[in-house]
Design a binder for this molecule. Structure first.
Ligand code: ATP
Length: 425
């Protein structure tokens, strides 16, 4: 048996009705450890949240191991053949083994943009020791990205997995223990409990092997939080180092045309009063440089929509979200300024004490009773309910990659200072 450093990546093993690549990764890591190999790092790597092929959260995994790469490869392929949902038409697993860490460019492209399968194969031909794609082999994209991932910022997630015999039965996790666990470990853990919804957000509702996941800023924090959780016994658990909660998917908007399926951080000015549309989604126009886009806060973002509704034309904001169907789907925003908002309406007629009406476009106002005319409207100064700062969607609506505000206040990047303090658009 050889004994060397290697990286192994896996992706695309699950289907909507079961399985989870992180579970397969945890099983693989456990088998490698039991065989005497050392697993130095287990990575849960989230990739572009807008790719249409994803089953749930577009996750891939990679392990950094010391041991025998060929043996690990054979164990991984055996596990994929035994457990991957190969009969599902959208499941196309990929396994990658490398003796060195390839350049991170492929990772950044996979987390911020779109990759092709042949691109992954070409990259692997240059850098991988061995790789194997099943069916279309689309999972090679995620497996490659996981192996060459670099985390300038990272968080941790403790994932507990269910006993195979309990799959498809309701999960037994005591909600109150989750609430207390977050209360006692916050701000070092997050996204366990939604205070507004008064319910847990760390227990999935999908038929996969995950029992619950606790997210936090260190392996200690998440393990400490888990020690307070009362639940059915877990069959397996692993603490993953992850790019979740880091905003790795956000691209700073640099004044070019927006591309469908990319997630951006954009500075602009609110260009119209937000409106609540069908289904409770809230939409408003944002002016950026010399063009305009629409920003949307979807119904599941709940109270965040009230913040969005309180924006007024002229407010200078920074928005983060995915650009899909010509709309930016809001994840969070920073409000630079919310000046008193002055709107106008028809004045009261001084003679009749009745409200006047518009005399036509650009023609001022007219009293329908006495015929009095004026060009001076009544000015209404609206007291603002929103102030400068960050606002985000609630935990239940958060993208895995979105950096929660609880991780600390982050000054907006200097290139996003309000236009009054900056030249150009
Ligand atoms: P799983 O738990 O099995 O990983 P998932 O929700 O993470 O489920 P997958 O079933 O892995 O989603 O499907 C995502 C597919 O999209 C994978 O084949 C992955 O390789 C591919 N993929 C990931 N990122 C990109 C990208 N940026 N461009 C193109 N394909 C991508």
């Amino acid at each position: 048996m050889t004994n060397t450093w290697f990286l192994i990546g896996l992706d695309d093993t699950d289907a909507p009705d079961g399985m989870c690549t992180t579970w397969l990764g945890a099983v693989l890591a456990t088998i490698l450890e039991k065989s005497g190999m050392k697993v130095f790092s287990s990575r849960l790597v989230r990739l572009n949240p807008t790719v249409p092929y994803k089953t749930r959260g577009n996750a891939a995994i990679s392990l950094c191991v010391r041991g025998d790469p060929d043996y690990a490869f054979s164990i991984a392929s055996g596990l994929v053949e035994k457990f991957a949902a190969l009969s599902c038409e959208n499941t196309h697993p990929g396994i990658v083994v490398g003796l060195q860490k390839p350049p991170a460019d492929f990772y950044w492209k996979a987390v911020q943009s779109h990759c092709r399968i042949d691109e992954a194969r070409d990259f692997l031909a240059r850098y991988a020791l061995r790789f194997l794609g099943y069916k279309l082999g689309r999972g090679l994209i995620g497996a490659t990205a996981a192996v060459c991932s670099e985390f300038p910022d990272f968080t941790w997630e403790y994932l507990a997995y269910r006993h195979p015999g309990r799959l498809y039965t309701p999960r037994q996790v005591d909600a109150e223990s989750l609430r207390l666990s977050e209360e006692q470990t916050s701000p070092h853990t997050w996204d366990t409990w939604d205070t507004d919804m008064k319910g847990p957000v760390c227990v999935p509702h999908t038929p996969d092997p995950v029992l619950f996941g606790i997210r936090g800023d260190s392996p200690f924090s998440v393990a400490h939080a888990v020690s307070m959780v009362r639940s059915e016994g877990a069959d397996l658990a692993r603490i993953w180092k992850t790019n979740q909660g880091t905003d790795a998917h956000l691209v700073f908007y640099a004044g070019s045309l927006l591309t469908e399926g990319i997630s951006y951080l954009i500075r602009g000015r609110v260009h119209g009063t937000p409106k609540t549309g069908k289904g409770g989604h809230v939409i408003f126009p944002l002016k950026i440089c010399d063009h305009q886009i629409h920003c949307m806060a979807f119904e599941p973002t709940k109270k965040f929509r009230d913040i969005v509704r309180s924006l007024r034309p002229g407010d200078e904001i920074l928005v983060a979200g995915s650009y899909l169907k010509n709309t930016l789907n809001l994840e969070k925003m920073y409000v630079f300024s919310a000046e008193p908002y002055i709107s106008v309406r028809a004045p009261i007629c001084p003679a009749c004490q009745k409200r006047m009406t518009s005399a036509g476009s650009g023609k001022g106002y007219k009293c329908r009773r006495c015929g009095n005319r004026t060009t001076n409207p009544e000015h209404i100064i609206e007291k603002r309910t929103i102030s400068s700062g960050w606002y985000e969607v609630p935990p239940g609506a958060r993208r895995h990659l979105s950096r929660p505000i609880v991780r600390g206040y982050v000054e907006p990047h200097p290139s996003y200072l309000p236009s009054s303090r900056k030249k150009g658009c």
